[in-house]
Write a protein of this length. Structure first.
Length: 276
């Protein structure tokens, strides 16, 4: 199940990368515990030469990317001097010349590599480079969310001894999860993530004068961002909304909670068990 969800996120990121850049071929793979990175997702390929290809650290362009944990590119793969050439056969079979490889890094650990390629020997432009990095960041966020969800849903005996996080750390984690949830492409993982958020909302076990109030998911998103100290502009950037939209949701939440200020709204939501 986990690998399926991660594959969905990888596939979606590669598809967006191809659509936004016009790259004829995009492909990639993720690292799983105890296994080598294999090219598992391809879009635009005309041969099966790259599918299932195992990438060793330090070998070829992807291996160099794995070793250095940073983007790498070549303008003409077959003649590139700064990479090894173990994979020239599959690359040549697919007709690839100009290639970029970008690592997927979660908590300083490389978890995969995304590639984009041209069938011509042309420099990789800044726009394509930025889009490839952004696609890798999307996958990184999805993997980080998945890790967090699995950690929160794991049985107590699998979590090890308690590390004693402060309640503020729990609240910060909740806010980050609410920001990331709308970006998760897989609907099952997104629902599980929101279910975890729901558990955190009632974790304090407190209710107060605002009990019985119902907030929409977006109103909760906004209040969670406000609780972390975000301005309307910052909350808008985090959630992919316009500042005016954020203001509207905030006003609605304040009205429901009987609050006159942002701080009062957060406090009332916490008393009602709507925020951790």
């Amino acid at each position: 199940m986990r690998e399926h969800v991660e594959s969905v996120e990888l596939r979606g990121a590669l598809l967006r990368l191809r659509r936004t850049t016009g790259l004829p071929v995009v492909f990639g793979g993720l690292l799983h515990e105890g296994r080598a990175l294999r090219i598992a997702e391809l879009n635009g390929a005309v041969t099966p030469a790259l599918r299932g290809l195992a990438i060793s650290t330090g070998s070829g362009l992807g291996g160099k990317c794995l070793a250095l944990s940073r983007p790498c590119a070549v303008t003409d793969y077959p003649s590139a001097r700064h990479i090894t050439h173990e994979y020239d056969g599959p690359v040549t079979a697919e007709g690839l010349r100009s290639v970029i490889a970008v690592p997927v890094v979660v908590r300083r650990k490389v978890r995969g590599v995304l590639y984009g390629a041209l069938r011509e020997s042309l420099p990789i432009g800044e726009r394509v480079f930025d889009a490839a990095v952004a696609a890798a960041r999307d996958v990184e966020q999805a993997l980080a969310v998945g890790d967090e969800v699995r950690s929160l849903l794991a049985p107590p005996e699998a979590q090890g001894p308690p590390s004693g996080p402060s309640w503020e750390e729990v609240r910060q984690a909740y806010g980050e999860l609410r920001e990331l949830a709308p970006r998760v492409a897989d609907p099952d993982l997104r629902e599980r993530l929101l279910a975890v958020c729901g558990r955190l909302e009632t974790a304090s076990g407190t209710t107060g004068t605002a009990a019985g109030v119902t907030l929409t998911p977006r109103e909760k998103d906004i209040l969670a961002a406000v609780a972390s100290g975000a301005t309307n502009a910052t909350a808008a950037a985090r959630l992919g909304l316009r500042p005016e939209t954020v203001k509207g949701y905030l006003r609605s939440a304040m009205r429901k909670l009987g609050a006159h200020t942002r701080t009062e709204a957060v406090a009332a939501a916490r008393r009602a068990g709507l925020l951790p």
